[in-house]
Ligand binder design. Sequence first.
Ligand code: CP
Length: 309
Amino acid sequence: VHHILTAEQFTPDELEALFLSADKFLESDQTITARREVMQRHRGRVVITTFYEPSTRTRISFEVAALKLGFQVAGTENAAEFSSAAKGETIEDTARVLGYGDVLIFRTSDDGEAMRAAAVSEVPIINGGDGKGEHPTQAALDMYTIFREFGRLDNLNVAIMGDLKYGRTARSLAQLLAKYPGNHISFVSTPELQIGDDIKAILDESGTTFEETSEMYDALREADVVYQTRLQLERHKDKKISVGQSHFILDASALDVMKKDAIIMHPLPRNEELPISTDADPRARYFSQARNGLYVRMAMLDKIMKTRP
Ligand code: CP
C-alpha cells in the first residue's frame, strides 16, 4: 500500500513527476470540457477525510481535489468531537473501520498518528499534518511553488522563520530542501523555538548547510525564499511567547532589506508575523502557494490510486 506519511519518503524523481502531473491538472482546470474529462478518472472511488484539528486549506483543498478527480468524499472536519475518538477509539481502529474508503486522509493532534494508522491500514493513508511532526503534502506544494518561481530546487538560499519547534511545515520543508544540492537554510527563530535536532541531523547527513539565528535582517538580505510561519500557540503548553517578543515580523522594514527577486511564502493561516500590508508587495506568493496545493493534491490522489484496484 502506498502511503504519504513523511517528507523524507519523496525522491527528487517522484517530486518531479508529481509536479508535471500538477501542471497538467492546473491546465485542465482552465476549461469546463477538460474538467469534465478529468472528473471521469476516479468515479466510483471514495476519499475519506478525518481531521481531528482545525484546517481550512489542507482539508478543503484535498476534498476539492478529490471531487475534481471524480471521487466522492465522506468524513468529518471536527473528528476530535464528532468521531468516536471522543469515546476513546484509537486511530488504529478508526483506520481499520474506514477501510471501505479508497484513500484516508488524517490530520491528528499527536505526532506519528498517521504512521500508526498506516501500520494497520489496507488502503492508502495521507498525513494531513500530525501534531508537531510532519506536513508532507504542504512541503510538496511548497517545493512546487518554489520550482514554478525559480525553475530549480537546488542552490537556493532559504530563510525559514518563526516557530520552528512546533511548526511541522518548517520541519517537512527542510527535509525536502535537503534532497537537492547546494541549498542553504537560515533558521530564523528565538533560541527556544529553534528547529529540532532530528531535522538538523538529516541536514548534516545530506550535506545541506544551515545556520540558526535570531538575526532576521541578516538572513533576509541573503534569502531567495523567505518562508514565514506563525507561532503555534495551540501547542505552547508551557510558556506562551508573543510575536512581539519574537521580533520576526515581515513588515515594511523587513521587506526593505530583501532581494528584489526573492519570494515570500507562508503556509497560512497567518497572524501578526505577516502583516496584511505585505500582501501588496510584488514578492508575496502565499496565496498562489495555497492555490498550488489544490493541483499538487490532485496529483497525489491520482498517483496514489495507481496502486489500487
Ligand atoms: N497550511 C495548512 O496546513 O493550512 P490549514 O491548517 O488551514 O490546513
